[in-house]
Write a protein that binds this ligand. Sequence first.
Ligand code: ATP
Length: 320
Amino acid sequence: MTEHSTAAAVREMTPSDEPKTGIEVPTGAATVAVADVHVRYRTPSTERAAAAAGSPLLRAANRALGRSPHVLVRALSGISFVARAGESIGIIGRNGSGKSTLLRVIAGLETPARGSVLAESTPVLLGVNAALLPHLSGERNVVLGLLAMGKTPAEAEQLTPEIVELAGIGRAIYLPMRTYSSGMASRLRFAIAAAAEPNILLIDEALATGDAAFKERSELKMAELRARAGTVFLVSHAAQTVEEMCTRAIWLDKGRVILDGPAYETAQQYRWWSWNVAKGETDKAEGLLQSALAQRKETVVELTEPDPPGTVPRHARRTP
Ligand SMILES: Nc1ncnc2c1ncn2[C@@H]1O[C@H](COP(=O)(O)OP(=O)(O)OP(=O)(O)O)[C@@H](O)[C@H]1O
């Protein structure tokens, strides 16, 4: 990040307080600034209530055109935080809480309806759907992946053995990727993305399928990246993975931040809440959620310059 790019002025305020003093993020420390991001999807719905909603004119138009009625899904509602160099941030939360959407917004694959994201360099998203070519061998995909990430052919050749070793899938590396198990494919994707040594690495559940040896190698790789003052985001359902691999955790629920803090404490609270949800202890779970919300210090992120030189704005549309 250039010295201009810490344009995020962060003001912290507790839910009961008015904004306190403005605190400038130390120059060079912020790698990603997420400022009041909202993402909504309009999607067709077969629910009866959706068919009954809307004006009579709209309903008639839908019927005439054979269109399904649409509903609005709020995937993210006002997410703000600043990620810093050397952090490894776990994003946790139940199904549909907005974790993948948040990564996609940071990666620039999704444009928020409101809000902005600024990154000091292009984040590399390592998702379970990362595009590799199924008919080519793992080895060929490694080379293509590296070229796609901007490496020269000579660099790709030099890096390939290291990636093959990190993936640790043995002779399967010479077989077409369509023959891989999902775990093998995930390991290869992680190895390729990590070898590109991005400053900002976004990982979506990719490590969940690895065995113990792979987990250890990937932990080392992530630590290496953090030590180089990079930032890692890791989306995971498994609170334990986040406790073990991350320095900080953000707990999302229904598109909102419930808690943002040290990985162990945050993941523990999420775990206890999840356990209660799973046991059908709805009232207890709601109480835990509310108490977590009350502990949270709400972060307001302001981007003081529209597009500071040296930064990578992730979206064309900015907060009006
Ligand atoms: N393309 C889309 N169109 C409509 N709704 C979507 C789309 N993508 C996500 N959503 C909705 O947005 C919400 C957040 O989804 P998201 O995939 O970010 O959740 P998640 O926390 O990653 O879930 P999971 O843990 O199940 O992977 C969900 O309600 C989901 O149904």
